[in-house]
Design a protein around this ligand. Structure first.
Ligand code: AOF
Ligand code: ZN
Length: 372
């Protein structure tokens, strides 16, 4: 096995380990580490949750538990630059230097401003060989939520919509229709498990009464908190979900007097509202305060358009059925999307049964491979 192939394989393994904690590390990234000695894997680890140990010390501890001696050329593979700061846990760089590891292969730098290249610099100062960039694309994709959040300094916002082949989202009378097939629906449920919150506008709540859960996916991750944008507090208690975390409703200041009727069912928070739209930057700050670091916006069209017009979005996910012409209500956010799409970067096209998923990223949210 050439050393290049070994590096690629070990990095792939690190990414695979990292992804085991899908949906569970927020606000932290998913990180996996693989330790090798003379070309053999001697330790592995991954970060399980914020507050828990980081991947690198776990891989080192796994090797120690197997009585691996530090002298024989240790290489550490990790899908994110090792940290050099003290957060909830001590710096990984110190554990790496203590081992001592001779060579570190990191897929990408850590966009967290407390690290941002300093972890790599400290290792190099201590004469550790460090290479950055192996598996970078996969690593950046795995942690795209973390990357965007660090970049834009606010919770991650993804917009999701399901469209028929002729660009409609509902029947002509507004009634909900099944547009995408089972494969796409299961995919969307796994997607939800990766988010801290799911958000809809009150019109969608009133009309569709969506469950907004992840019942079709039983892997790791969370049951996201359900959030409703409801300026005039029109929601009725019986529309709100009884199981799972308490729903969160955002309303305008003027509507707060109606809050009492719903207080048993929901947490109610006010937001600046100009008579037409909420201030979505203020919304992002509130979500951050409530430790909801990522939100999936599932509609309706007016809600999508508001996020697009404000530029408060990081990813757009378009699920589109390839054959079903619904001849119903068009997606009113299409114009806003056409404008934003001009600078967006298409990062994925996937076939899901009879549907296609296209994913676009906001230009300010993406990690550019090769960034140093
Ligand atoms: C690593 N390895 O496994 C992870 C890293 O509060 P803390 O101590 O958990 O630090 C969180 C920050 O550390 C997080 O924002 C990110 O920059 C980095 N995550 N770094 O070396 C890991 N999870
Ligand atoms: Zn660390």
């Amino acid at each position: 096995m050439t050393s290049l192939t070994m590096d690629d394989e070990c990095m792939r393994r690190a990414v695979e380990l990292a992804a085991r904690a899908y949906g569970e590390t927020s606000p932290n990234p998913m990180v996996g580490a693989v330790l090798t000695q003379n070309g053999r894997i001697v330790g592995e680890g991954f970060h399980r949750a914020a507050g828990e140990p980081h991947a690198e010390p776990l891989a080192l501890a796994a090797a120690r538990a197997r009585a691996v001696q530090g002298r024989g050329r240790l290489t550490l593979y990790v899908n994110l630059e090792p940290c050099c700061h003290t957060g909830r846990t001590p710096p990984c760089v110190d554990a790496i230097l203590a081992a001592p590891v001779e060579r570190v292969v990191a897929a990408m730098l850590d966009p967290n401003p407390h690290v941002a290249g300093r972890g790599v610099a400290r290792l190099r100062q201590q004469r550790v060989r460090v290479e950055v960039g192996c598996g970078e694309r996969q690593a950046a994709e795995l942690n795209h939520v973390f990357v965007a959040r660090q970049r834009r300094g606010r919770p991650f916002v993804a917009l999701k919509v399901a469209l028929s082949a002729d660009g409609c989202i509902a029947a002509r009378d507004g009634a909900r229709v099944k547009i995408t097939g089972d494969v796409a629906r299961r995919h969307a449920h796994r997607l939800r498990a990766g988010y801290d919150a799911i958000l809809v506008g009150v019109e969608t709540l009133a009309r569709d009464r969506p469950l907004l859960d992840r019942r079709l996916y039983d892997g790791p991750g969370r049951a996201p908190r359900r959030v409703v944008l409801d300026p005039h507090l029109r929601s009725r208690a019986e529309w709100l979900w009884r199981h799972g975390a308490r729903p969160l409703l955002f309303c305008a200041e003027e509507s707060q007097r109606k809050a009492r009727a719903l207080e048993a069912e929901a947490e109610i928070v006010t937001l600046p509202y100009d008579g037409t739209r909420f201030d979505l930057h203020a919304l992002a700050r509130e979500l951050e305060r409530l430790q909801l670091w990522s939100v999936l916006v599932e509609g309706g069209a007016r809600t999508h358009a508001a996020f697009l017009d404000a530029g408060v979005w990081d990813r757009m996910l378009l699920y589109r059925n390839r054959s079903y012409a619904l001849q119903g209500l068009e997606w009113h956010a299409a114009d806003a999307w056409r404008r934003e799409r001009q600078n967006a970067k298409r990062v994925e096209v996937t076939t899901l049964g009879g549907d296609t998923l296209e994913v676009f990223a906001h230009p300010e949210s993406v990690w550019l491979p090769g960034e140093r």
